[in-house]
Design a protein around this ligand. Sequence first.
Ligand code: S3P
Length: 460
Amino acid sequence: MPRPALPCQTDLMSSAPPRPFRSSKPSAPLSGSAGVAGDKSISHRALMFGALAVGTTDIAGLLEGEDVLRTAAAMRALGAEVEKLGPGQWRVSGRGVGGLTEPADVLDMGNSGTAARLLLGLLSGHPLFAVMTGDASLRRRPMKRVTDPLSATGAQFWTREGGRLPLAVHGAADPLPLDYRLPVASAQVKSACLLAGLCAPGITRVVEPEPTRDHTENMLRHFGAMVAVEDTEEGRVVRLDGQPELKAAPIKVPGDPSSASFPLVAALLVPGSRISLTQIGLNPLRTGLFTTLREMGAALKIENARIEGGEAVGDIIGEFTALKAVDVPPGRAPSMIDEYPILAVAAAFARGTTRMRGLAELRVKESDRLAATAAVLEANGAKVTIEGDDLLVHGTGAPPAGGGLVTTHMDHRIAMAALVMGLATQNPVTVDDASFIDTSFPGFAALMNRLVGSDAIRAA
Ligand code: S3P
């Protein structure tokens, strides 16, 4: 059977011209039921673990966004067979733990920090040479947070100034297991250490100050590895038994709760709306936004809650609500780290001042998301202040004016948050470039337009 082409650099959007988009008040509220794009975190991991397993892993509901396609291309470049069988249906024939082979060319991870950092963990445990790069956004992001701990495996890294991409890595022939306490709460760094630990003998131990998303741990167990997790005074301790034989296992990827947050908040903000988002991942380490929205008074319900493939899944029902301001504690940040831009939009429509605490990590996302989020709101007539690492949004309870032009800084979530805002502001909101939405949520505009029954989001 001929292999469908995987994207090469020229197919992907880092070289494409910017696509300005505009959103305006829809003539009807959001209604009906919809699924959203597959979970990005789980999709990356499904491809990577499938490539390390013995046997054939069938994946259903894979996110076919640019970020995940980069991981698919990288796993293929490292010797795994990765085939697309149909929409969202993929098959990976693995090489076994330690079985990846040297890539013949540079690995280009595009816009994806998760793909880059997790892959560096994997590469550390294989005695091969690889060069990695990414788009202008990824080349600005810190990689030292993974190359520092991974160096203790025996892997060697040569990076640009400040530990940035492009970088070269030579993985360790006899990798040592890591014992590492994360200085920042980061699932990417934790996962990079665990992926390196797969190839090392003995126990790899990672301690996290705050629990972060545990898709890596869940999927490793799903593939037969021994992973123990314990809450101690030091923090959450994760222990992996090294050099397991990972056995291929089917994976059903749930809808991404981070993607679901955009139509959900739109339904809360556009008067008269009521929607149901089906088959959404509800891993408790991902649901901080839903907790926060409930505290703001949101009419939000979960139905059909169940466990599928080791992950919590359910349907989310959201209805228009007049929201009130809240104080979001810093400890909640890891469970909603990608949701602050859309929460800030919700807060701009709420009555009172919402304070979101402890957002330092937002400065090193696809953009400086703290500054970019504040700019989305300011450009559209909402009042915001940044105090240290806290973002304060001063809502009046009335819709902000809108009418702004938002710079998205190559950041998909800034683009989507701004376009959701424009569905409920008095005047339309324009973004300079919506193309990066395809990294995590291909079909975002079409889905939103289906829910409102018109082209409320369109090319500008
Ligand atoms: C992710 C972890 C988070 C998140 C990112 C996906 C993951 O990053 O922001 O979108 O899949 O592990 P950090 O680990 O840098 O917080």
